[in-house]
Design a protein around this ligand. Sequence first.
Ligand code: NDP
Length: 296
Amino acid sequence: MAATLIDGKAFAAKVRGQVAEHVTRLKEENGITPGLAVVLVGEDPASQVYVRSKGKQTVEVGMNSVEHKLDAETSEADLLAVVEQLNNDPAIHGILVQLPLPGHLDEDLIINSIAPEKDVDGFHISNVGLLGTGQKSMVPCTPLGCLMMLRDHHGSLSGMDAVVIGRSNIVGKPMAQLLLGDSCTVTIAHSRTKDLPDVVRRADIVVAAVGRPEMVPGDWIKEGATVIDVGINRIERDGKNKLVGDVDFASAAERAGAITPVPGGVGPMTIACLLANTVTACCRANNLPEPEGLTA
Ligand code: NDP
């Protein structure tokens, strides 16, 4: 393997350390404890695992964690009432409604009912607009984590050619906006892109956010490029259950300059950035200086 491994697990631990330090300062100097509320509707097993993990890490960095577990039949009105109560609670600085929601609930309506300044997932339409116009916003956690790792590795990203594969609202589009904000020349590829291998071969930075196991082979990667693999795909290999990314790690690592592994790359950064967003939201709510290096 020629590429440098970008260790998301270690980086996430560093981010959590910075968050914890800032939380301690907020408590000691301002008497404020940041609070994160997570709302889970239904019993989706993957969502339950995420919510448990978020709650545990929130407490570990010294913040208050509040969980609202509602049954799968919860009405839209009841869910909106829970969000409204959290919007009005001064002890809560971040609100996250775990997606996906059961089919009878309108996700856009619910997300847009969260107070934008408490929307630590960065999915509220106001935050999407603020990010798109280069203004201070809450930035979606997964793309923020990717940006932090890229900045850490390269310093400045200015002038680099970046290709983001995937145009979802939660990863691809905000990722592209962030790279543009850091003065990359950005191409967004998707399922209708012509000659995807050629598009990817031009990139100094490749961010793959597709959800197709190992679809990007090493020979698409420009020599020395940086590869950020967002994909999380569960496959059966040699009779075992395995997690793989959207990039064929072994062949890509032969050509890339740096690459994130799956697992242990982007994944751990997502929750670390949720904690970072919560402490940022708390500082903004109290007109206090924001922690450095934890926002876009
Ligand atoms: P979506 O399914 O919402 O979006 C996938 C995107 O990939 C779409 O824009 C789609 O294009 C594009 N696509 C599909 N097939 C191809 C193809 N053959 N060639 C090029 N583009 C293609 O997924 P998400 O953005 O939500 O997630 C992407 C991956 O990232 C998943 O594996 C998910 O599990 C993972 N993920 C990981 C997170 C983490 O914390 N590490 C957090 C969030 C997601 P089109 O729009 O044309 O259909």
